[in-house]
Design a protein around this ligand. Structure first.
Ligand code: C2E
Ligand code: CA
Ligand code: CA
Length: 521
């Protein structure tokens, strides 16, 4: 062990020197002083090494033993079990071994909660001692959780020997524990898996022993050895758990419904402008979320979406938005909103989440009217982070009739090369190019180029943030088909959007009329 630059010196070497010192008393005194100094130094160093060794051992012990019984803990159990499988030479000499999980029943829990902690510690200590007495030198026992012990019963002869061991272990636990006037009886359940029949690696063996334990608990039996059929029992239980989660989810959805609302802003597809009339071919909508905060009142998405994105809450929130939007599509099965396609903003974290495809499919399941009426708006940068997997994801969703649109186009990478490869049906030109269209020649040039390119690549180009007729006229003249902005309507709740569509769908509108309408909004 290297402790700085000083090392322990062998003092006998110094004593040898003394014998060669020709009885010179001065030299002898010097040497004696030297020896004393070195002896002191050595003692200090040895002490230091010992304490450091002790500390290292203490840390190691703390990490690998259970503090209440001093038995090896779950860390040690995992590494020991793993090392059995890692060492092929040893494994080949083992015919079979059993992994035995012993879980104390709820009486132990009661003891812990109702009596002094020394009582439950005493009980654990006694159980550990009793198990240690039963097992053979080649077996191992671990104290994996407060109420759980694991025994590795190595290379036993036959099923009878295993049975005998299991019943001995059971008796070791259930035998009454006497402790200063207390007479405590604790029960247990035991789950067993056997190598090689029930698993050829650590995790399968542990998993199957757990399943057997679960079965023993469910059937109120002291002990169960793993069987394949037990899996179904456990799966059934997992399904129940899923149902509980769904019920909780339903509660969360109800809460979201109370405070959040979807607004809709029309996406107006224009067929042409002739004299003072504007021909509208169809109206779809972008979904924009609004938060009716119990104290703050209306909160806009610019305020809370970035926070939700940062904290990960965007995932449940995004699911709610999808769920609610699909529900609207399902409800709008007749009347003016029958064919409306909804564009939904998908935040980068939501898009990157592995569950996106599953979530969309789950939400659309049994809601057939949503098919081909859902478009997801994603930003360029979100796709460009990992274009290949993004394209795969988009392709998978397109199979389910989901379309894609690139939002805020022009504000990010604008990789035209990739844009060609993306399975998107529309691109939405970023608002910032539209704001000053009339005054800014450069913006006009960019917008003109994007529209031309979009048309060439057969994307629908959408322009958002259109507030004035002059902007609209320029864009439509350049070949942009779909316009979104305050010129037509601000985002509105469902009722407002419905009346906008009823008033304007599939008709020719006098431009003055629209201008006046916008003026009153
Ligand atoms: P965005 O996707 O670019 O949405 C367009 C924003 O421009 C909306 O703001 C809309 O109200 C506003 N807008 C539309 N027309 C005009 C116009 O003519 N003039 C002006 N000045 N603004 C116009 P909003 O609703 O405040 O949403 C802001 C952003 O919050 C959205 O930008 C989007 O990134 C995010 N967001 C909104 N709803 C959702 C949602 O449901 N999910 C996610 N992930 N993000 C959302
Ligand atoms: Ca958007
Ligand atoms: Ca946008």
């Amino acid at each position: 062990m290297a402790q700085g630059r000083e090392t322990v010196v062998d003092i006998t070497e110094v004593s040898d020197l003394r014998s060669r010192a020709d009885d010179d008393p001065h030299y002898i005194r010097l040497l004696e002083a030297e020896v004393e100094l070195l002896t002191n130094k050595n003692q200090k160093l040895i002490q230091l090494i010992n304490t450091q060794d002790k500390q290292a051992r203490e840390i190691e012990t703390r990490l690998s033993t259970h503090p209440k019984t001093g038995l090896s803990n779950h860390n040690r159990m995992n590494s020991e079990l793993q090392s059995i499988f890692d060492n092929e030479a040893d494994l080949s000499t083992i015919d079979q071994f059993a992994l035995i999980i012993i879980r104390l029943d709820n009486k132990f829990d009661m003891v812990t909660k109702t009596l002094k902690s020394t009582v439950s510690e005493w009980v654990l200590y006694q159980i550990a001692g009793r198990i240690n007495e039963i097992i053979r030198p080649e077996d191992q026992v671990f104290h994996t959780r407060d109420d759980e012990f694991v025994v590795l019963f190595m290379d036993y002869a036959d099923a009878d020997e295993l049975k005998t061991m299991l019943s001995a272990l059971n008796s070791a636990v259930v035998k009454p524990h006497l402790f200063s006037g207390y007479h405590i009886v604790i029960g247990c359940h035991i789950g067993v898996s056997i190598y090689p029949d029930h698993g050829l690696n650590r995790s399968t063996l542990l998993h199957n022993a757990d399943i057997a334990l679960e079965a023993a608990i469910q059937h109120q039996k002291p002990c169960k050895i793993f069987k394949d059929e037990m899996r179904e029992v456990v799966i059934e239980k997992m399904e129940l758990q899923n149902n509980i989660l769904k019920a909780l989810e339903a509660q969360a959805l109800a809460e979201m419904d109370r405070q959040f609302e979807l607004f809709f802003q029309p996406l107006v597809r224009i067929n042409g402008i002739a004299e003072d009339s504007l021909f509208i071919e169809r109206i779809d909508a972008e979904v924009l979320i609004r938060w009716h905060h119990p104290e703050k009142g209306l909160v806009m998405p610019d305020k809370f979406i970035p926070v939700a994105e940062e904290t990960g809450l965007i995932l449940p929130m995004g699911n709610w938005i999808l769920y609610r939007a699909v529900q609207y599509l399902e409800e709008w099965d007749s009347g003016p909103l029958k064919d409306v396609v909804l564009s939904i903003n998908i935040s980068p974290k939501q898009f990157r989440n592995d569950q996106l495809i599953q979530n969309v499919i789950r939400i659309m399941k049994n809601r057939p009217k949503a098919k081909n009426r859902l478009k997801l708006e994603i930003t360029e940068s979100c796709v460009m982070d990992d274009p290949i997997s993004s394209i795969e994801k988009m392709d998978a969703l397109r199979e389910y009739g989901v379309k894609f649109s690139v939002d805020d186009f022009g504000s990010g990478y604008s990789s035209l090369n990739y844009l060609r490869k993306l399975p998107v049906s529309s691109i939405k030109i970023d608002k910032s190019f539209i704001n000053n269209l009339e005054a800014n020649r450069q913006d006009r040039a960019i917008v003109r180029a994007i529209i031309a390119m979009g048309n060439e690549l057969q994307f629908d180009t959408v322009c958002e943030g259109v507030e004035r007729y002059t902007q609209l006229k320029f864009l439509v003249d350049e070949g942009c088909k779909i316009i979104q902005g305050y010129y037509f309507s601000k985002p509105q709740n469902e009722a407002g959007f419905r009346s906008f569509v009823s008033d304007h769908a599939a008709g020719a509108l006098g431009i003055d009329l629209i201008s006046r309408r916008v003026g009153t909004l």
